[in-house]
Write a protein that binds this ligand. Structure first.
Ligand code: M6R
Length: 606
């Protein structure tokens, strides 16, 4: 989603701004731009497409200036064309914006009636027009910026520069993250510490509703009420090296193959390998005094939560209510007194998850968060944070973040079981030793790469693909379908195997492959019966099971062998074949695996 960077520099800034934008590329975008001030005037370069198009434009037509702002845009209002790319500018003001201005239509009408001319179809341009209009009424830039903030409704992170001042960046945050970085006689603003890392590790995050006046000498922050506010400066732990593909063709491939290692890192945060019991860190949340746990997240993180529901119910006898965050946030939930709520997010910035968390918090729920980015908004708003140790995930399709979320959630469900007196010490040891096996088994599953690549060659021609699974593997089917559709653009749906007969089976014919996720567990026979119902209707089942499961299944269109695994841990290990299946299907089709069309890594608008 949109990325922002701004620099008050000692020398020309357009080149470093582009470097900062490169670090925001992973968020997903469809155009980019930079604006600077020189000789008292705003100038800018913008280009639809990838950053290298903007780099070409800047090479042909350089943009000098020691103050500037840059932006990668993920289109919401208005097509991905040059004219809609940020920065948006008037004669005196340039702005970049991440978020959505909900009341932009009425503001645009009002400003047009006053004679202001709009040149884009975006909601964001009203920000520049409003600041400019108020400045022409003799307000100072800071006053005009504040007045603009009082008029707009919606979610935003904004950075603005004004034509007459080469020592001023104005910023604001509501709903979308924004950080200020302090350098040596230079100041920076950006969407996250990752973007700022090449310049500084001294980072101050704005709180909700804050705005700030940034100059080379420092910055002043004001809260939503306009009162001066102090926000803590942190030393960011984000490294400045750009994460590379480590010899892989795509970040997604690198991240799939990293899983055994990063699951190991995640385990070492929560499990003491010498005793085979949980570390104190896994017990940081009080599961004992709650009767019900609400879990919420979006996309892949939501599927991780769905799997965790089975674990919390089985190991901790804890009732779990789970919903996707974009629904949960607007429901009239009768929240339990002293209830608990758990939110899961790789980025820690997903707008719906953050809003659902804040709603639950305002209703008196104790909040736990499983996040991969420890400095993120969700981490900062939660009462207790359980970090995953996946490391930066660059591919838009979540892979290693998913399995690290599962690993963390498994530890939390075990902790809940222990705290609630449901799981004995001996049972804890048994479950943990099964969990400790998962990195090795997942590595073994990855060895099926060649076979999976071959099968993917056939899948790439399909128009629709179904995925089915049962019990703890039902969400694995959902995740498999999501992975496939987001990077290969093939229509795919996941179903609980038992639901097939209630509708989806009507879709089955010889053109429709059905991926059947069926390890040898207590559901195996039932799922295999469902698979035979597919075969009887001419469908093409691709069975993913262990050696025993494949042997007992009868004839299938294709099979992928997974290692034998403790049934409850299967989702962590079976993640590997379903990820590889999606990956190779996408590479066969030649899609943009790491930055698939229309998608963003960090979804900071609702
Ligand atoms: O950063 P988050 O974990 O909160 O992101 C949630 C979803 O946007 C994310 O999992 C998305 O579904 C992925 N593209 C799936 O691969």
């Amino acid at each position: 989603m949109c990325g922002i960077i701004g620099i008050l520099g000692a020398k020309d800034v357009s080149q470093p701004i582009v470097e900062g934008l490169k670090r925001l590329e992973y968020r997903g975008y469809d155009s980019a731009g930079v604006a600077t001030i020189q000789n008292g005037a705003v100038d800018r370069r913008r280009a639809a497409g990838k950053l290298n198009v903007l780099v070409d434009v800047l090479e042909k037509d350089p943009l000098p200036g020691i103050i500037g702002i840059g932006h990668t845009r993920w289109a919401t209002h208005g097509a991905a064309i040059d004219a809609n790319a940020h920065p948006h500018a008037t004669e005196t003001v340039a702005i970049v914006h991440n978020g959505i201005i909900e009341n932009f239509r009425e503001l645009r009408e009002e400003l047009t009636e006053k004679g202001r001319h709009f040149e884009s179809a975006t909601d964001s341009e009203v920000i520049a027009q409003l600041v400019c209009a108020y400045m022409s009424e003799q307000m100072s830039p800071a006053e005009a910026f504040r007045k603009m903030l009082s008029r707009i409704r919606g979610a935003f992170a904004i950075a603005a520069i004004v034509g007459a001042d080469e020592d001023l960046i104005l910023v604001a945050r509501k709903g979308s993250p924004l950080a200020i970085g302090r350098g040596d006689n230079e100041m920076y603003v950006g969407s996250d510490a990752f973007a700022l890392a090449p310049f500084t590790n001294r980072v101050t995050y704005l709180d909700e509703g804050d705005h700030a006046i940034v100059t080379r000498g420092g910055f002043e922050i004001f809260n939503e009420a306009g009162e001066p506010a102090t926000r803590q400066e942190i030393v960011s732990s984000v490294g400045d090296a750009l994460v590379d593909k480590d010899g892989h063709r795509h970040f997604m491939a690198k991240e799939i193959y990293e899983q055994p290692e990063v699951i190991g890192h995640t385990l070492s945060r929560y499990v003491d390998p010498t005793t085979g019991a949980l570390h104190e860190a896994a017990h940081a949340f009080d599961f004992k005094s709650i009767d019900r746990l609400i879990i919420s997240a979006c996309g892949t993180a939501y599927y991780a939560g769905l799997i965790a529901k089975y674990w919390f119910e089985a190991w901790a006898k804890l009732a779990v209510e789970i919903d996707i965050a974009s629904e949960l946030r607007y429901r009239d939930i009768p929240y339990a007194e002293n209830g608990g709520a758990l939110f899961i997010s790789q980025s820690g910035e997903t707008a719906d998850t953050l809003a659902a968390l804040r709603e639950a918090k305002s209703q008196g729920q104790r909040i736990a968060a499983v996040v991969n980015v420890p400095e993120s908004s969700i981490a900062r708003d939660a009462d207790v944070v359980f970090p995953t140790a996946a490391g930066p995930e660059i591919g838009v399709a979540s892979t290693k973040a998913f399995t690290c979320q599962l690993t963390t959630l498994a530890c939390l469900a075990i902790a809940a079981g222990r705290q609630r007196g449901v799981l004995s010490e001996e049972a804890e040891g048994r479950v943990i030793s099964a969990l400790m096996e998962t990195p090795r088994l997942l590595a073994q599953a990855l060895q099926q790469e060649d076979k999976i690549e071959k099968i993917s060659g056939d899948l790439a021609n399909a128009r629709d693909i179904l995925y089915i699974g049962r019990g703890v593997n039902f969400p694995v089917a959902l995740e498999g379908a999501l992975k496939l559709k987001e990077i290969s653009y093939i229509h795919a749906e996941g179903y609980a195997a038992g639901e097939l007969k209630h509708g989806p089976i009507a879709l089955i014919d010889e053109q429709v492959p059905v991926v059947v996720v069926a390890p040898s567990d207590r559901h195996y026979e039932k799922t295999i019966s469902n698979m035979h119902e597919i075969i009887a209707r001419g469908g093409r089942p691709l069975l993913i099971s262990d050696a025993e499961g494949i042997k007992n299944a009868g004839e299938v269109w294709a099979a992928i062998e997974a290692p034998t695994v403790d049934p409850m841990m299967a989702p962590i290990v079976y993640a590997a074949p379903i990820q590889l299946l999606a990956y190779f299907t996408a590479t066969t089709k030649g899609t943009d695996v790491d930055q698939p069309r229309n998608l963003a890594k960090s979804v900071t608008v609702e």
